[in-house]
Ligand binder design. Structure first.
Ligand SMILES: O=c1nc[nH]c2c1ncn2[C@H]1C[C@H](O)[C@@H](COP(=O)(O)OP(=O)(O)OP(=O)(O)O)O1
Ligand SMILES: [Mg+2]
Length: 253
């Protein structure tokens, strides 16, 4: 088979010359465009609207940071945190509690913010402790939570987080819920975070939340499911939110 034609030599020489000219030109172009893009995105990122996550719970904050950063933090906002212990609201509707919590946070922050409220609901008790889990855990501990189910044949439960977001005081509040089904078991694993040792999710291969590493919990947690919905909402509505914020700013100045 004839591989080298009689035109090959001039063609190779042309390609060599063309290469010698094109490559430096191209790399100049690439350098210019990457400088342009860096300054473009640089100026954009410094102008991203700030969004405050208000919580008094440092483990929640840790998980939220981990979830956002491991998703490449594609949020078109600069997320910061304020540690404010908001009053614990009463009621049995987690969505109403989450909304009220977010309104209180917005009053404190005087700007765009989000909060979350987390419940642990036992089916045998028609959803209790639910939003009251903080007090049940504090007063009764892990053993108490197990003892509450003695005499029932059903130890099934679900964990629920409701994130709530508003652009500021007096503005509507959007809510996003996420759930994980599981069961209440005698405590196993690290005692770092709330009721994690007594909650064994159905999708957890027999581990309690407290026996999982950060990524395992993130993959199935009530918090990451709810946060995924909030993130999607913020990304889809980034332009109109930024617009509302600048109108609000212009009005108040
Ligand atoms: O993934 C979790 N795994 C285990 N325990 C958890 C989790 N998430 C919240 N918890 C605990 C904290 C508190 O005892 C209660 C929720 O109450 P909740 O009012 O939402 O939290 P909080 O008062 O600690 O913080 P915040 O200032 O955001 O209201 O469940
Ligand atoms: Mg709370």
């Amino acid at each position: 088979m004839k591989v080298v034609s009689r035109h090959s030599l001039p063609l190779a020489f042309f390609l060599y010359r063309a290469d010698a000219w094109i490559v430096p030109q191209l790399s100049k172009r690439i350098a210019i465009s990457s400088r342009f893009l860096t300054s473009f995105y640089g100026s954009m990122s410094s102008e991203l609207p700030a969004l405050t996550f208000v919580t008094g719970n440092k483990k929640k904050l840790e998980e939220v940071k981990h979830i956002l950063s491991s998703n490449g933090n594609k949020l078109p906002f600069d997320v910061t945190n304020q540690k404010i212990d908001l009053p614990e609201l009463q009621g049995d509707d987690p969505v109403e509690i989450a909304k009220e919590k977010c309104k209180l946070a917005a009053e404190q922050v005087q700007g765009p913010c989000f909060t979350e409220d987390t419940s642990l609901c036992f089916y045998a008790l028609n959803g209790l402790p639910g939003p009251y889990i903080k007090w049940f855990l504090e007063k009764c501990g892990h053993d108490g939570l197990n003892k509450m189910l003695v005499g029932f044949n059903d130890n099934s439960a679900y964990a629920q987080t409701v994130f709530a977001f508003t652009i500021g005081p007096g503005h509507p509040v959007e809510v996003f819920d996420g759930r994980t089904e599981g069961k209440i078991v005698p405590p196993r694993g690290s005692l770092d975070f709330g009721w994690d040792p007594v909650f064994e999710p159905l999708e957890g291969n027999g581990k309690t939340y407290a026996e999982m590493n950060k990524d395992e919990k993130k993959a199935i947690s009530h918090r990451s499911r709810s946060l995924a919905k909030l993130s999607a909402y913020l990304s889809e509505n980034a332009e109109s939110i930024a617009q509302d914020l600048s109108t609000k700013k212009a009005r108040s100045s």
